[in-house]
Structure formats: structure tokens, C-alpha cells
Design a protein around this ligand. Structure first.
Ligand code: FE
Ligand code: FE
Ligand code: ZN
Length: 277
């Protein structure tokens, strides 16, 4: 069973996202918890959530992925930016409990010259301040391209963060194919080797979602610009290898390619057709 979907607008609510996903052949999706630049989240409509949870069951949806706003930087040098990150994540995670047992992904952050070690410590502090024992959401650290002072450019950095978190069972990783390729993990020529590294350093049991994106830039460019599937430096065959990899079965694959809805429908069809499971 291939669990595949794409990024959708959350502006019309949960049920609308579910129906839109279904209409393009998806059985999962990703959405921003609020405007990607931050700001206040829309109030949760409990009837919409209830209808959506039914819809998910009836249509065999896999876990869905909520994405934190890009402005969230838990390891900023500015205390007010860190406080915004803390409050936003706290609020997001409370809201996530309306849809229990789903996934919440965030960019670890940029240390802005303070050094990776200081950055990692600040991220750990934030996670220890916002996670709680009875929460049902799994919080994912996204693998990053290593643009500027981004934390999360290596599996080791993500592992160090997870090691510092007290409620480790709440933590997982979302692997972004464009980001890891730009970061210098050669998924084109050595996918098995990259996954073995991931397993040895972090553990593949922590890999809870994959962002399926091609890259506009060459290997190890540290750029982070997504390309349509098959039109970038990674290429279609590697995407086919990824969705069919025996160690990656069952987890949700999410497209964040530069597309409107028909483009997504087309990429989902291409990948479903190439799925051998
Ligand atoms: Fe992301
Ligand atoms: Fe991503
Ligand atoms: Zn990206």
C-alpha cells in the first residue's frame, strides 16, 4: 500500500483537505498549521474535525502531516523569536490533539552564528518545555539542506537533538529528499548506503514521513529549492527507488513540489503507476 499525498491549503478546513486529497488519488496530505509566516491559527471547527476523522477511516487514509510555520526558529539568538517559537509550537501541539495520533513536522531552526552546539541546546530546551506525557502526536525534525546556519544538515545533528529530549518516544524524523541530496547524502547513487547511515545513526524506526521533492540544484549544493518530480538533479528513477524501498514501506510520502493541484494529481499518478507493492 503506497501512502502518498501532497501539500494542501488548510484554508477551507480538514474535511475539505481530505476530499481534495482523495480527488487527486492521495490518501494522506500535509498542511500548514497556520500561515507559513506565522500569525494566529484559525479556530478549530469541532464538527469539521469530527467529519474529517470519519472520512479518514472510511477512505483508508494514512497518518497526515502538519507542518509548523517557517518562521518558527527555536534556536534564534533573539529571545522574543524563541518565545514566539515556543508559544507557536505549544499552541500547535494542543490543536493537534483534535486529530489524535498524527504527525507534526518542524524545521529545527537556524543558529544564526551562535554555533551548532548552542543551537541544538536551544532546540532541546524548547522540546522539553512543550512536549507532555499524554500527548498523542509524534513530533518530527525535518532533515535540512544546510543553507546558511541551518541545524539538521546531518543525521548526527538530528540524533543529538533527539538524545536531549526527555520524552523521546514522542520524537521522529521527516526526511526531505531534496534537502538530504542538497546536504550531501547521495540518494541517487547510494540510496541503500544513505538509509544504512540513517539507521545506524538515528534508527529507521524514527523515520515517520518522507517529503518527496526533486532538487533544482546539484548534489551537495546546500540550497533547498524544490523541483517537480523527475525534472531536477535527483531524477524520476530515484523517486521510484525510494517509494519501492523495502525499508520505507507504510510511511506517508508527501510531495512539496512547485505545482498546482493538477500537477500534484499527475505526480501522484506517476508514482502510483511506478509502485510495485
Ligand atoms: Fe519543511
Ligand atoms: Fe520538506
Ligand atoms: Zn525545502
Amino acid at each position: 500500500m503506497l501512502n502518498i499525498g501532497c501539500h494542501l491549503s488548510a484554508s477551507k478546513g480538514y474535511l475539505h483537505m481530505g476530499e481534495e486529497a482523495k480527488s487527486i488519488g492521495a490518501n494522506t496530505f500535509q498542511f500548514f498549521t497556520r500561515n507559513p509566516r506565522g500569525g494566529k491559527a484559525k479556530d478549530i471547527d469541532e464538527n469539521d474535525v469530527k467529519a474529517f476523522l470519519e472520512f479518514m477511516k472510511d477512505n483508508n487514509f494514512s497518518q497526515i502531516l502538519a507542518h509548523a510555520p517557517y518562521t518558527l526558529n527555536a534556536c534564534s539568538a533573539k529571545p522574543e523569536t524563541r518565545e514566539f517559537a515556543l508559544n507557536t509550537m505549544k499552541d500547535d501541539l494542543m490543536r493537534m490533539e483534535y486529530t489524535p495520533h498524527q504527525l507534526y513536522n518542524f524545521h529545527p531552526g537556524s543558529h544564526v552564528g551562535q554555533g551548532a552546539e548552542v543551537g541544538i541546546d536551544l532546540i532541546i530546551k524548547q522540546l522539553n518545555a512543550v512536549l507532555w506525557e499524554d500527548m498523542t502526536t509524534t513530533v518530527l525534525l525535518e532533515t535540512m539542506a544546510g543553507k546558511g546556519s541551518e541545524i539538521g544538515r546531518s543525521f548526527e545533528e538530528l540524533k543529538t537533538i533527539i538524545d536531549g529530549v526527555k520524552l523521546q518516544e514522542k520524537m521522529g524524523v521527516c526526511l526531505d529528499t531534496c534537502h538530504v541530496y542538497d546536504a550531501g547524502y547521495d540518494i541517487v547513487n547510494n540510496l541503500d548506503g544513505v538509509l544504512e547511515d540513517f539507521d545506524r545513526i538515528i534508527g529507521l524506526d524514527r523515520l515517520k514521513a518522507i517529503h518527496v521533492n526533486d532538487s533544482k540544484n546539484p548534489f551537495e549544493s546546500h540550497k533547498d529549492r524544490h523541483e517537480k518530480i523527475g525534472e531536477g538533479s535527483i531524477g524520476f528513477q530515484t523517486m521510484v527507488n525510494i517509494i519501492n524501498h523495502p525499508r520505507l514501506q507504510g510511511i506517508p510520502f508527501l510531495l512539496e513540489t512547485p505545482n498546482e493541484i493538477d500537477g500534484y494529481a499527475n505526480e501522484i499518478k506517476m508514482l502510483r503507476d511506478a509502485y510495485k507493492g
